[in-house]
Ligand binder design. Sequence first.
Ligand code: HEM
Ligand code: SF4
Ligand code: SF4
Length: 354
Amino acid sequence: MSAEKLQEARRQIEICNACRYCEGYCAVFPAITRQTAFADGDITQLANLCHNCRGCYYACQYTEPHEFAINLPRVLAEVRTDSWRELAWPSGFAKAYDRHGVAMGAMTVLCLFFLILGAGSMRGAGDGEGFYQYLSHGFMVAIFAPAFIVPLLAMVISIRRYWRHVGGGAIGWIAMARAFHDVATLRNLGGGQDQGCNFEDEDRFSNARRIAHQLTLWGFLLCFASTSSATVLHYAFDMQAPYGVFSLPKLFGVPGGLMLSAGTFWMVVLKLQADGDLSDGRVRGGDMAFVLLLFAVSTSGLLLYAATYSGLVPYLLTFHLATVLTLFLTLPYSKFVHGFYRLAALLKNARDAG
Ligand code: HEM
Ligand code: SF4
Ligand code: SF4
């Protein structure tokens, strides 16, 4: 981790610890006041606890041109992305993705598109109904199982490294319930009084980012539930796709896809309005790639459903599979990791707060 950034964050945090004006804004400030000295692991934990709501920056009387030059959202964002890069396994991929995220994401989707399309036509017709006319179930499992399991293992290694670095320990049930409540409500994007944050507009408190994120998060989880329920129906009940309108995969998948598309679209709009100087400019490409990829996954999934039985299915199916594969293959190095690190930071914080 950059010693310079850690030192700069430590300097600002020590000023905040003396000032304490922002105590009620988020979990970061109460966590700061529980300590008097900050080791590197403590700074990393605070950085992962910060939700980049920007409330403290706009409230602060010590931002530039004041000599204290406080910009907590930016310095914590920089330490946060440094920590994700350093703790990622293997870390070289993460650095490349940060710099060229959109290009790498687009290239991967394109390569996978032609690869899957080629594999489908070489195999000829698939072995079943619906989508399986174009690609066999066995082929999909053969490419998706490793593409899902290997990045997940890499992520487990990274989170274990994080937990050791920040001095995490055993977590009780109450702390766990409190942390999951913070995730479900995104309390730390609420500006302390639930009036919302200043992410996209300095003078206005708004819950727009919080709502857009909830649409994205719950939309993603519903899509995941849809795929998982389809797997259970296939293997445990020998029920093959395509599934009916009132089946679990469709009941989870259609609202999930709509929420994910709407949430990510809204997040892109908010992101374009926000002041880039209050985040980590080095990873702008990678951050944008992650949101766009989620949008591509959900929107292509919905289009695929709308186009059922039309001639577009082989192309839409291939594009949809390519985007899903790219999302999972880049999981340990893209902004996807924020969910895992932030959950870990909220768990540790809930435990430390007692
Ligand atoms: C433990 C669960 C999660 C927590 C606590 C969490 C928290 C956050 C926070 C605080 C932000 C804004 C700050 C930042 O830009 O880093 C954010 C951004 C975002 N999150 Fe999550 N998140 C979680 C899981 C997820 C999941 C599962 C998804 C979807 C797969 C998701 C999608 C996004 C997107 C698209 C952004 C915007 C990225 C950007 O603007 O650069 N999050 N999340
Ligand atoms: S961000 Fe500024 S106002 Fe808020 S606690 Fe720190 S120094 Fe004080
Ligand atoms: S940007 Fe928001 S979440 Fe981060 S420290 Fe400041 S008030 Fe807390």
